[in-house]
Design a protein around this ligand. Sequence first.
Ligand SMILES: Cc1cc2nc3c(=O)[nH]c(=O)nc-3n(C[C@H](O)[C@H](O)[C@H](O)COP(=O)(O)OP(=O)(O)OC[C@H]3O[C@@H](n4cnc5c(N)ncnc54)[C@H](O)[C@@H]3O)c2cc1C
Length: 396
Amino acid sequence: MADLEKFRAETRRWLSDNAPPSIKGTTLGLGEGNWGGRKATYPNPDMKAWLNVMAARGWTAPEWPAQYGGGGLSKAEAKVLRDEMAALKLPAPLVGFGLTMIGPTLLEYGTEDQKQEHLSKIIRGDIRWCQGYSEPGSGSDLASLQTRAVLQGDYYVINGQKIWTSYANYSDWMFMLVRTDPQAPKHEGITFILMDMASPGVETRPIKLISGSSPFCETFLTDVQVPAKNVVFKVNHGWTVAKALLNHERTMIASAFGSGTGRRQTIGDYARKYVDFEGERIADTTLRTRMTQYEMDALAFKLTSDRARDAAKAGLPPGSESSMFKIYGTELNQRRQELLGSIAGPQALGWEGSGFEEQELSQTRDWLRSRGNTIEGGTSEVQLNIIAKRVLGLPD
Ligand SMILES: Cc1cc2nc3c(=O)[nH]c(=O)nc-3n(C[C@H](O)[C@H](O)[C@H](O)COP(=O)(O)OP(=O)(O)OC[C@H]3O[C@@H](n4cnc5c(N)ncnc54)[C@H](O)[C@@H]3O)c2cc1C
């Protein structure tokens, strides 16, 4: 305990000395922050400096083993680091699918060479990763995927199409699922493989949404050669790896969207700005009740997620129960967005124009973005199926 207090004091001092002053108090909105990679841009150069100092210490991945460049911190030390960063209002130095999805999966299933090659690049933010799972005919029924990989010498030759590949056009590498045995039952002919997006034959086409933004792409693969050594775990056993990664993904989505921490505005801030008060209380009793209920549910969710995260950091990777966090966290976030809309009224429905503040325009976009929460990483219906089968043990 004394050691932990010493670690806390040292950490606080180090953070104060090394965090560039301009980043203190930076609140990252959803999807914002340092995603790293070869194509990264840094509107605030101090955010890049922040990434560099934290990465040099391994604190972009505090609990990953030091031998791969991680912080090598214990669960308790990592919690101290998170607490001290929160106390100083410091943003995450790095975000992305490397840290939250493929990194933890490689730690569990990768070969030593794969860990050596990829983990330190993730930690330093050198390489940005995307996820090549979904295909035009294979979303919820992911195991029906058709992208074909044929072994030729030391390479797999890959042909097919992925869709909804988030940020593929900004990414350097993709972790993907391919079919290596078309004769086998559908779950047993799939392989998990790592592909350099700069390989000849890879084409990304951003999908433009009605909002004007393009958060995801179609990814076309034509005779792409991928070294056979990039197979993770075993050929035709990719479904095992795919499920493990989805558990990490669902845990990440639940914690990113569900807890409401690190958001631009709290519900209370919103209310103070837009609604009438009677003394210290919000005048509208229905709204007051909804807000109280939401705050209680969000706190209970945060505490339960923290408990699960502690269990995960104790060496247990997340299991099928991650589906419960995913469904609850994402639906909680949708409730939050609806509530913010009720509080701000028409001001939460602006798209452009001088009648709205920047934060109000962001709020409209966050509300619309939240609709995707219950689809990405597997829909709510699919999570209910998993909970029924794998958590409750109900028959198929
Ligand atoms: C914001 C966002 C980001 C994404 N990013 C990525 C990414 O980076 N990489 C990637 O590979 N994919 C990504 N996806 C795709 C996502 O994984 C799929 O959209 C999702 O798995 C659902 O597949 P689908 O869209 O084909 O819908 P479908 O599978 O066609 O489902 C349509 C509807 O039918 C329901 N349904 C289907 N099967 C069942 C069933 N057995 N029981 C009950 N109901 C069922 C679904 O719940 C849904 O309501 C992203 C999606 C979103 C929204």
